[in-house]
Design a protein around this ligand. Structure first.
Ligand code: AMP
Ligand code: ZN
Ligand code: FE
Ligand code: FE
Length: 298
């Protein structure tokens, strides 16, 4: 008997995406519809320092899709006698009513706004024709980030794309860069965990964005309660993925994969990288702050 080779696809799970609640370009409703159309079975909405997109994403969730509510928390890691390094933590399934978390997110968004205004002021005083009011309009009430400044620079004809804006003017080694007062990464892991969620280190090896942490830092964060490492990410080389996968295994951390989709603010495609179903099941079972939202077939 001949068997027809049928590709057996398991569920496709993308655990890191952004909407207009932060610096993505699709609204939460558009994001979950696009996730369904792309053939994803599970998508996490992980906007920077906000949970604001959750309810709209749940309400628009198409049948058969599961939306995992999450966030991407802006943190810094400071090793002994070293300069602080930016660390992004993905927090999944936290309790949206956790008061300390809500207060910290309010603080981080205020900090983003003040820092965005400073970056714009530096650019404007160097002669770039952009205004803070336009950047705020582009953010439309969402958590403000450098991609909004990038879009204003594209609109003003200074650069052709947001990516070019980052390369030429917005990168962390640019003279226009302004740091934000982010949360200590160990405190961030603790806060996500106390809010009932699980913490995954986002793009730990994304060298293109700036300095990356070493293995010792990841060991320290693991000891502080980190649950996983985002291993498969568009900004990771094959060598970085290999190193991170081995480290995750050695430390007993799960290894996730995701797209870090930002709509047209970034080149990353939805579902570009995915997470193994078993990893997702482990992660979801470990969280108790909220539950994934399953789109009902009517
Ligand atoms: P911020 O949160 O304001 O520090 O800005 C960082 C955000 O900019 C992150 O969400 C990144 O995904 C995004 N970003 C970094 N590099 C680029 C790039 N080259 N093009 C578009 N977005 C980028
Ligand atoms: Zn972003
Ligand atoms: Fe990030
Ligand atoms: Fe992200």
């Amino acid at each position: 008997m001949t068997t027809v080779a049928t590709a057996r696809h398991g569920p496709r799970i993308d655990l890191h995406t952004h909407s207009t609640a932060s610096d993505g370009t699709l609204s939460p409703a558009e994001l979950v519809r696009a996730a369904g159309q792309t053939g994803l079975d599970v998508v996490a909405i992980t906007d920077h320092d906000t949970l604001a997109g959750w309810v709209e994403a749940f309400e628009a969730c198409p049948p058969g899709l599961t939306v995992v509510p999450g966030l991407e928390l802006s943190c810094v890691y400071t090793a002994a006698e070293a300069r602080p390094m930016s660390v992004h933590l993905l927090g999944y399934l936290v309790d949206p009513g956790h008061q300390e978390l809500v207060a910290e997110l309010d603080r981080l968004r205020a900090e983003r706004s003040q820092r965005g205004e400073k970056i714009v002021a530096k650019l404007a005083s160097a002669g770039y024709p952009i205004s803070w009011s336009r950047v705020r309009e582009l953010a439309a009430g969402g958590s403000i980030g450098r991609p909004h400044v990038g879009r204003a620079l594209v609109e003003a004809g200074v650069v052709a794309t947001v990516d070019d804006a980052f390369r030429e003017l917005l990168a962390s080694d640019s003279r226009f860069y302004v740091r934000k007062a982010d949360l200590d990464a160990i405190a961030g892991i603790d806060l996500i965990t106390r809010a009932g969620g699980v913490a995954v280190f986002a793009h730990p090896g994304a060298g293109r964005r700036g300095r990356i942490v070493d293995d010792d830092a990841i060991k320290t964060l693991s000891a502080a309660g980190l649950f996983g490492l985002e291993v498969d990410h568009p900004d990771h080389t094959a060598a970085v993925r290999h190193r991170l996968r081995e480290l995750a295994d050695a430390l007993g951390l799960v290894a996730t994969g995701s797209s870090d989709f930002h709509g047209t603010n970034k080149v990353n495609r939805l579902g570009e990288h995915t997470t193994a179903p078993q990893v997702y099941a482990t992660l979801a079972a470990a969280a108790r702050g909220s539950r994934p939202h399953v789109g009902q077939r009517s």
